[in-house]
Design a protein around this ligand. Structure first.
Ligand code: SAM
Length: 272
């Protein structure tokens, strides 16, 4: 697999495009472990974002019924189409943040790091069974952080509202060509059952996490404009807000269910 990758690189005289986060996996074991983690069989339809030179795609195609691989780099799309004769892979040329997703039930990807956040939020708006994803280590750690952790952030809360997330393996930078500047990690995401998912108002979450170390009340005071409230409007509702649930807690300690209670209170008093 490593030989195949490097022969494609030299055949097409390729240079990795940093702007597209092109760091190709060169360690077959990592690919194999991720395919195992996805628990694939021929009934599975897999979505891959950024197939690159097809090394992960090839492993997925051997196990799954169907693979949809979305690639933005036209040059790589042409190489994939001429070098492989997969019968169950459809290469979709386009930006994974914009193209319409086909129906799928699993996601396996070594993601382009610059779209980590929006693509994760996009995944979470879809219904799927399991995702096995490679991210930058620091991003992966934020995804799985728990309320009260030093790196618990808006991302941690939004992921936790929708899914179970587990960091299952760290990957050193030597596993990629070219070597990135930072280490990576594999995260397995499984959406929570619909009854356990928490639907949060994104403006409220942004307003709170703009000041993650402040108390809830202080954060909302500082971010009142993000809720569409003028300073004057905020003064009028100030006394009502002091009886809001969790008002004295620090934002980075809030679980999604706590934010939901705050949200429902703000809706009941007409602030949201
Ligand atoms: N899967 C390959 C591997 O593991 O070796 C390549 C992974 S590389 C980290 C990320 C890939 O995503 C690159 O092929 C890059 O061109 C592609 N890419 C970058 N931005 C993209 C986007 N917005 N939509 C789809 N593909 C994108």
């Amino acid at each position: 697999m490593r030989e195949r990758l490097f022969s494609l690189i030299s055949k097409y005289n390729l240079r990795a495009n940093r702007d597209l986060g092109q760091n190709f996996l060169v360690v077959p074991d990592i690919i194999e472990r991720n395919v195992e983690r996805a628990g694939l069989n021929e009934r599975d339809v897999v979505l891959e974002v950024g197939p690159g030179l097809g090394v992960l795609t090839d492993a997925l195609a051997r196990r799954a019924g169907k693979v949809y691989a979305i690639e933005k780099d036209h040059r790589l799309v042409e190489i994939l189409r001429s070098e492989y004769d997969w019968e169950n892979v459809e290469i979709i040329e386009g930006d994974a943040l914009r193209v319409e997703f086909p129906r799928f039930n699993k996601i396996v990807s070594n993601l382009p790091y610059q779209i980590s956040s929006p693509i994760t939020f996009r995944f979470l708006k879809h219904d799927f069974e399991r995702a096995v994803l490679i991210y930058q280590l620091e991003f992966a750690q934020r995804m799985v952080a728990e309320p009260g952790d030093k790196n618990y952030s808006r991302l941690s809360l939004m992921v936790r509202a929708k899914a179970y997330a587990e960091l299952v393996e760290r990957i050193g930078r030597g596993a990629f060509w070219p070597k990135p500047k930072v280490d990576s990690a594999v995260v397995v995401l499984e959406p929570k059952p619909p009854g356990e998912q928490v639907e949060l108002n994104e403006n409220l979450v942004k307003a709170l996490f703009q000041h993650r170390r402040s108390t809830v009340l202080a954060a909302l005071k500082k971010s009142h404009h993000m809720l569409g409230l003028s300073r004057e409007d905020f003064r009028k509702v100030r006394s009502v807000l002091s009886s809001m649930p969790h008002s004295d807690r620090r934002v980075f300690q809030l679980a999604p269910e706590d934010v939901l209670e705050i949200q429902e209170y703000l809706e009941s008093v007409g602030v949201l």
